[in-house]
Design a protein around this ligand. Structure first.
Ligand SMILES: Cc1ncc(COP(=O)(O)O)c(C=O)c1O
Length: 474
């Protein structure tokens, strides 16, 4: 794609976005068809398509099958999006575990409104159907299989995974796939395979708190690279850091980043890959929210650009199908063999029956149908939380607008301390994930991650109203 063309579709997308922002195109309104727009505005149909895909990615419009594109219900955001926290990269020892543990312990009460939770509602998962797959597959399992599958993992499951990769544009030999105890084990193994204690690892700021804890445990130092709330890590800062520091590995989420929900565009993913290839730095790609996109096309991982086996792509069923089964995997590229050996030396294998159940479900259970329902529910709940925030939170609050997943990241006015806000909220039976647990340097004090993965009801609305009062009280 030429740069000229890129500018053209971006410009056209911006013109449409402006019409949406100013209310000329109202929520629910149909936007011009591709043919009509191409004729009327003198741009090629492919430019219009690309512009519409971009608007869709930014959550402003949505495609309805056989009807065209429509302005999304909450496209006229009442609360603005956060800006990137621009800073140069910082190298730091990590010591957040105490804070993370104390916050996580406070979030465990099942009676609180679970805005601080890391999971969507269990009601959104086909647990009964999975149980049938578990019963069936264990009943039919030859005795030999129970111990035979402890190395790379259940072959049916690995084949199903390789097929899903293929459909999404990534050709993988099955040998690259290692089944793990959730993505968390995969991520740990990957990092151990490419680092030694004391090494530098580039991570995101803000980052998933467990990333920080893994670095802390392995005595690695973090180089925090700022993340843009919409399109992911700042490549310029990363390029400077790779050029000036002896970084040994990168651990990034290229799609639906936790906690920001940011997703890099295809071009940026390619640029990231080229940069890492130039420096021969391995990428640990954490992609556990891959299936929870609201866009028409699934986002492709950086792994789809990998010709050198430099990317270790980690996935999981915890967020999309089977929380608690603890089944994840890694497509380990050139590191697959080492990862597999390290797994054999540590946990040996995830539960064989759990793997067999998921393999059976993928084959017969209707996973794609379930995913369509799940995405729809999460998207509706996101709309509900966004509009509720606009009603109850101060107008200077900023909020992300991810194109998938079940987290929103809020940036409150400067004076709000989210650790204190958490204490106030807990006293009212509401949880939230405060900003400092997502940073090795405990920044993002006035920020918080809120979970909208639970069916929206009066209680959720009331909780948002109460939070609004608390925020205004600072
Ligand atoms: C970004 C991210 N990576 C990895 C994990 C861990 O996934 P799993 O449950 O498969 O170990 C989580 C779970 O919260 C997560 O949010």
């Amino acid at each position: 794609m030429s740069l000229d063309k890129m500018k053209r579709y971006e410009k056209f997308a911006e013109e449409i976005a402006e019409l949406i922002r100013t209310g000329v195109l109202a929520p629910g309104e149909k936007i011009p068809s591709v043919r009509h727009a191409s004729r009327t505005y003198g741009v090629s149909p492919s430019t219009v398509f690309q512009a519409y895909y971009l608007l869709e990615d930014h959550g402003l419009i949505q495609a309805r099958p056989r009807s065209g594109y429509f302005v999304r219900k909450h496209a006229q955001r009442l609360l603005p999006e956060p800006e990137i926290a621009r800073r140069s990269a910082e190298t730091t020892e990590v010591g957040v575990s105490e804070l993370v543990f104390s916050v996580l312990a406070s979030l465990r009460d099942p009676d609180t409104v679970p805005f601080g939770s890391a999971f969507p509602s269990p009601e959104l998962f086909p647990l009964q159907r999975l149980a049938r797959s578990m019963a069936q597959s264990v009943r039919d399992m030859p005795a030999r299989q129970v111990i035979a599958e402890m190395t790379a993992g259940n072959p049916d499951l690995r084949r199903q995974l390789a097929l899903r990769y293929m459909v999404s544009g990534v050709m993988l030999p099955m040998e690259e796939l290692v089944i793990t105890t959730g993505a968390m084990e995969a991520l740990n193994l990957c990092l151990q395979v490419v680092t030694e204690p004391g090494d530098l690892v580039a991570i995101e700021a803000p980052a998933f708190y467990a990333t920080l804890q893994v670095l802390e445990r392995l005595k690695l130092k973090a180089v925090e690279i700022p993340v843009h709330p919409r399109d992911g890590i700042d490549l310029e800062t990363l390029a400077e850091s790779l050029a000036s520091l002896p970084i040994k590995a990168c651990w990034f989420m290229s799609s639906l980043q936790n906690p920001l929900g940011a997703s890099m565009g295809e071009v940026k993913k390619q640029q990231l890959y080229d940069l890492l290839r130039q420096h021969q730095i391995p990428l640990i790609e954490d992609d556990v929210y891959a299936e929870l996109y609201f866009t028409r096309e699934p986002p492709k991982p950086v792994k789809s650009h990998d010709r050198d086996g430099l990317v270790m792509h980690c996935g999981s069923f915890s967020k999309s199908l089977a929380p608690g089964y603890r089944v994840g995997w890694v497509a380990g590229g050139r590191y697959a063999e080492k990862i597999s050996r390290l797994k054999l030396m540590t946990t040996i294998s995830p539960s064989v029956p759990a793997q067999a159940a998921i393999a059976d479900y993928l084959q017969h259970g209707g996973y794609d149908r379930h995913l369509r329902k799940l995405r729809h529910a999460l998207e509706m709940q996101q709309s509900a939380m966004l509009s509720s925030a606009a009603r109850h939170f101060p107008a200077s609050t900023r909020v992300t607008r991810p194109s998938g997943g079940y987290f929103l990241w809020f940036e409150f006015p400067e004076q709000v301390d989210s650790l204190q806000l958490l204490q106030l909220a807990l006293a009212q039976g509401i949880s939230l994930a405060p900003g400092p647990i997502f940073s090795a340097t405990q920044r993002f004090r006035n920020c918080a991650r809120l979970n909208h993965g639970h069916p929206w009801d009066e209680r959720s609305e009331k909780a948002m109203e109460l939070l609004g009062w608390m925020i205004k009280s600072f």
